[in-house]
Design a binder for this molecule. Structure first.
Ligand SMILES: NC(=O)c1ccc[n+]([C@@H]2O[C@H](COP(=O)([O-])OP(=O)(O)OC[C@H]3O[C@@H](n4cnc5c(N)ncnc54)[C@H](O)[C@@H]3O)[C@@H](O)[C@H]2O)c1
Length: 252
């Protein structure tokens, strides 16, 4: 039997990178994928390519009505909501000295507040479905500090503990809704493309990032998507409030 047989999954950031790779796996494993993203052109094109088991909805994760509309469109299109992937995010380099208040708010709004709104908006529909699984994408930089990516690291640390609070609340309320966080190392997606081109000394940007991982390379979006697939499926029904690391040994 396919691993997500009949499950309906809403994916923020579903137009690109890790979200797009997960949408492909969801459909390949018998599920329905609702790709939600602010990049309408890319999201619609991928949903069309995936066929009748996929659908696109526009989403700006910092707007609560936008989330509510995305959840409503999901249940209207496919009849229920069983899974939520919060993958929309932005990465920026800054330090505590050069980050402006506006930039700190922007990064934390998209990465952290956007994840809060996703969880809050999805729980009602998951309760109606008899349960569900929420997967929040944090980062290895949500497990430890990074002086050069201060606002990003702070926003991803917030995602890590938000996840635990959602998990504990849903467990206490006996909703049969689980919530876990995924912590990727550097993954070769459009998000880090600018970094790959910033050469440092005698190393290319790509080489300097590859070298951070004991496995000696960047991760692929599909490798993170397979971990997310496990968490969305019934194979992980005893896991909630936990951190799942996918980093080529970076934090080992
Ligand atoms: N690529 C990495 O190295 C890496 C490492 C650790 C964690 N992550 C996290 O993984 C997640 C996915 O990133 P990716 O690498 O696939 O990047 P990506 O840039 O390929 O995809 C991110 C998607 O989020 C969407 N998005 C951004 N802001 C949005 C908003 N306000 N509303 C709706 N959609 C919005 C973008 O349009 C894009 O489609 C992010 O949360 C990122 O922080 C990435």
């Amino acid at each position: 039997m396919p691993r997500l047989d009949g499950k309906v999954v809403l994916l923020s950031g579903g137009a690109s990178g890790i979200g797009a790779a997960t949408a492909r796996l969801v459909v390949g494993e018998g599920g329905k994928a609702v790709l939600a993203d602010r990049d309408e052109a890319k999201g619609r094109a991928l949903a069309e390519a995936l066929g009748a088991a996929a659908h696109f909805v526009p989403l700006d994760v910092v707007q609560e009505p936008s989330w509510q509309a995305a959840v409503a469109a999901t249940t209207e299109k496919f009849g229920a909501l069983h899974g939520l992937l919060n993958a929309a995010g932005v990465g920026v380099r800054n330090t505590i000295e050069d980050c402006t208040l506006e930039e700190y708010r922007r990064i934390n709004d998209i990465n952290s507040l956007g994840t809060f709104l996703g969880c809050k908006s999805a729980i009602g529909a998951m309760k109606e479905a008899g349960g569900g699984s929420i997967v929040n994408i944090s980062s290895v930089l949500g497990l430890r500090g990074a002086a050069h990516a201060m606002a990003y690291s702070a926003s991803k640390g917030a995602v890590r503990t938000l996840t635990k609070n959602v998990a504990l609340h849903c467990a206490q309320m006996k909703y049969n809704i689980r919530c876990n966080s995924v912590h990727p190392g550097y993954i070769d997606t459009p998000m880090i493309a600018p970094r790959l081109e910033q050469n440092a000394g005698n190393m290319t940007g790509r080489q300097s990032l590859e070298e951070l991982h004991p496995l000696g390379r960047l991760g692929r979006a599909e490798e993170v998507a397979h971990m997310i697939l496990f968490l969305l499926s019934n194979e992980s029904t005893f896991s909630t409030g936990s951190e799942f690391v996918c980093d080529g040994g970076l934090t080992a």
